[in-house]
Ligand binder design. Structure first.
Ligand SMILES: *Cc1c(COP(=O)(O)O)cnc(C)c1O
Length: 388
């Protein structure tokens, strides 16, 4: 094949941005100190840590002290949900979330059910949106926590977070509100007060930082029981020596993603719509998954009847296109995606799903190539399924 591979799986992970890598390197080498040490090397690491925290806080519109650095989106989601649930259990045992959350949220909630917590999994409409009124109806006098993602990783649908926050403001008791915002940096506004949330999860590798680093915003006054024990790092909320190089890399990438947000969003929306229009026009019985307008600028998710998703991914891989069937976490299983199922897609159609997610370096030529290759691949797979 003449051309380099086309990467369209940015929702699974993104390459580390060169600026982020360059910013990290000194913290592996000359500035390798432990930020808790009092001599010069330690102070240099502490300074880098403080600076990274300040930069992240400024994009979220919060205090630096409200941020906890974690090992990624999964840990942030786990800490938010388990941390609030166990800290607030004396006042209630009911949690509300949605059927389309990432497994880092859903499986944390499953786990809590073993400890006597009750979880309501809200259903969504055919676009994957949860209604704020559904949250209002699910509230009980035992509700302590609501967790609704800002944007879905499989279908890109954006949830009405400020509207849900308004519902919780009117609730007779204080209900803490968490959002998994892992897919949002570089596209959506992340000001915690504008969103109206109390906890917010981010993951470095989804926006050009390294893997294995994330953060959790926790509004002052939110009850949070630590989930790991050791030193007094992160104000006693998350023990363990801070991953200074990764934190510096994540902060650098976050800064860039948020600075370039308007330009990236405009450019990706145009490319995404070109892709969606092309696929729907050129492939018979193609369906767009997710909301037509309330969706991430980089997400195009489709279902094709009469096609097996795994075969489609393999055929695209042979054609030099890296894509996903839904989420990277479930791509090894044969179960149709829980997100598409919750949106009411019949299993036989949900099995033929394809997620294409664009990134800052995606080009128009790459989109055109996909629009040339994909219709043939789908037609070929459909023909072979009919023969078989
Ligand atoms: C990727 C992802 C996560 C998990 O983040 P990791 O850093 O990979 O653990 C959680 N939530 C959403 C929405 C994601 O897309």
């Amino acid at each position: 094949m003449g051309r380099p591979p086309i990467y369209l799986d940015y929702a699974a992970t993104a390459p580390v941005r060169p600026e982020a890598l360059a910013a990290m390197l000194p913290y592996f080498r000359e500035h390798f100190g432990n930020p808790s040490s009092i001599y010069g090397l330690g102070r240099a690491a502490r300074h880098a840590l403080d600076d990274a925290r300040d930069r992240c806080a400024s994009w979220l519109g919060c205090r630096a002290a409200d941020l906890i650095f974690t090992s990624g989106g999964t840990e942030s989601d786990n800490l938010a949900i388990l941390g609030v649930a166990f800290a607030a259990r004396a006042t209630g045992n009911h949690i509300i979330t949605t059927a389309v959350e990432h497994h880092a949220v859903l499986h944390a909630c499953d786990y809590l059910e073993k400890f006597g917590f009750e979880v309501t999994y809200l259903s969504v409409d055919s676009y994957g949106r949860v209604a704020p009124e559904a949250v209002a109806e699910a509230l009980t006098e035992r509700t302590i926590l609501v967790s609704v993602m800002l944007a879905n990783n499989e279908v890109g649908t954006i949830q009405p977070i400020p509207e849900i926050a308004a519902v919780l403001q009117r609730a007779p008791r204080r209900v803490w509100f968490h959002t998994d915002a892992v897919q949002a940096p570089g596209d959506l506004d992340l000001n915690v007060d504008a969103l109206g949330i109390d906890l917010l999860s981010l993951s470095g590798h989804k926006f050009g930082g390294p893997k294995g680093i994330g953060l959790l915003y926790v509004r002052r006054g939110t009850p949070l029981q630590p989930q790991q024990f050791g030193g007094s790092q992160e104000r006693n909320r998350r023990a363990g020596t801070e991953n200074v190089p990764a934190i510096v890399g994540m902060a650098t990438a976050f800064d860039l993603a948020m600075r370039e947000r308007e330009t990236t969003r405009t450019r990706l929306t145009r490319l995404r719509d070109q892709l969606i229009r092309g696929v729907l026009a050129r492939i018979p019985e193609a369906r767009l998954n997710g909301h037509p307008t309330e969706r991430l600028a980089n997400n195009a998710s489709f279902s094709f009847s009469g096609v097996d998703g795994e075969s489609l991914l393999m055929a695209l891989d042979l054609a030099g296109i890296a894509a996903s069937s839904g989420s990277a976490c479930t791509s090894a299983s044969l179960e149709p995606s829980h997100v598409l199922t919750a949106m009411g897609l019949p299993a036989e159609i949900a099995r033929g799903s394809l997620r294409l997610t664009l990134g800052p370096t995606t080009t128009e030529d790459e989109i055109e190539t996909v629009l040339t290759v994909l219709p043939d691949v789908v037609a070929r797979l459909r023909a072979s399924l009919v023969e078989a």
